[in-house]
Ligand binder design. Structure first.
Ligand code: G6P
Length: 371
């Protein structure tokens, strides 16, 4: 079993470190480097006319895959200007969703076997939608039933807490968003070229981020005894906060919540004391100043704050936080593929410090095949 873990103590740590490879393999064969275009034509059977006709998109998933879907909303709405709704599958099925002839439903599932996701897929098809599945398992129920499939090439994921499958889902969403943008001509060739270049740099940037493991270990050990913790962020940083918070709670059992930083004043601030550490994500330049004001509000309540920002901002931010981690710069929509890495490491080391079974947390299963 140690051999399976490739020399790592746990599958989760191994899978965190496999991410550069998962990014490369998910990008592989999907980029036409000569023409600097994304090419999914070998996998997607929808015609260009059908793609041009899409009026809205519903993204449906559970758990971590749902969090990838939240990033997907930002990506698709910004790159392609198609309205996107994101639902957890167990809600979507029962909310009588409005599906028009030109609605595309996307389901995201690592295993391709999650009962609620599969049922949502079938419900959407019954209501007349075409379904595109993003899944890690070729031949899974979701892959078989969907009309269109894009595989994530993360390789088998064993740890219950998903890491490389989530980031491979993000990479696939970026590729899909760019493919839509090319066909619908919502972005210039120059912008597409910039995205392709930035995507190709991500694996090396992740390798660099993994070097933060000792820092995250130290931070996690210092905070492992707290019972409550908050993640805050705005826009894409909020979507990533939700994933960081889920990761932490599922394996460390620390109560943790993610909040959009602008909502702090509407309730959460009442809970911030010097006993509640806060992880503040500030990687989105368009809301950076607003985020810094939110961080200052939390700082004034004497919370211990770990800030996560972009390289170049660390000095400024260090005035308002106790510790800073700076992530390499990329295009704003791509930052989740980097900013989540330190949060995965934080969850891992916090669970380890608390003596928990990292790969098999209590009460949770890798794949939820019953309702
Ligand atoms: C379970 C797993 C999660 C996963 C979720 C959805 O809760 O523990 O890690 O995100 O199911 O699974 P799926 O295979 O559909 O992505």
């Amino acid at each position: 079993e140690t051999a399976d873990k490739g020399g790592y103590d746990h599958y989760m740590l191994k899978e965190i470190h496999e991410q550069p490879r998962a990014y490369r393999e998910t990008l592989n064969n999907r980029i036409d480097h000569e023409n600097q275009r994304v090419d999914l034509s070998k996998e997607i059977h929808l015609s260009e006319d059908e793609i041009r006709a899409i009026e809205k998109i519903h993204i449906v998933a559970c758990g971590t895959a749902y969090h990838a879907g939240l990033v997907g909303k930002y990506v698709i709405e910004n790159l392609v200007r198609i309205p996107v709704e994101v639902d957890v599958a167990s809600e979507y099925r029962y909310r009588n969703p409005i599906i028009t002839p030109n609605t595309l439903v996307m389901v995201i599932s690592q295993s391709g076997e999650t009962a609620d996701t599969l049922a949502a897929l079938r419900e959407a098809q019954k209501l007349g939608a075409k379904v595109l599945a993003i899944t890690n398992v070729n031949g899974s129920s979701v892959a078989r039933d969907a009309d269109e499939v894009l595989l994530t090439h993360a390789g088998p994921e064993i740890a219950v807490a998903s890491t490389k499958a989530y980031t491979a889902q993000l990479i696939t969403i970026y590729l899909w968003g760019l493919y839509l943008a090319q066909i619908r001509e919502t972005q210039s060739e120059e912008v597409i070229r910039q995205y392709i270049q930035a995507l190709s740099q991500l694996p090396t940037q992740v390798e660099k981020l993994l070097e933060f493991a000792p820092t995250m270990k130290q931070f996690a050990e210092r905070y492992a005894h707290y019972e409550d913790l908050f993640f805050i962020g705005r826009s894409l940083d909020y979507a990533v906060s939700l994933e960081g918070s889920l990761k932490l709670k599922e394996i460390s059992y620390i109560h943790s919540e993610a909040y959009p930083a602008g909502e702090l004043k509407h309730g959460t601030l009442a809970l911030i004391t010097n006993d509640v550490p806060v992880i503040a994500l500030a990687t989105q330049e368009d809301v950076y100043e607003k985020m810094v004001s939110n961080i200052k509000e939390v700082n004034a309540r004497e919370a211990y704050i770990l800030g996560i920002t972009l390289e170049g901002n660390e000095e400024g931010l260090s005035k308002s936080v106790n510790e800073v981690i700076a992530i390499p710069r990329t295009l704003p929509l791509l930052t989740p593929a980097l900013s989540v890495i330190p949060l995965q490491l934080l969850a891992y080391y916090a669970a380890l410090a608390r003596g928990n079974d990292v790969d098999k947390p209590r009460n949770l299963a890798k794949s939820v095949t019953v309702e």
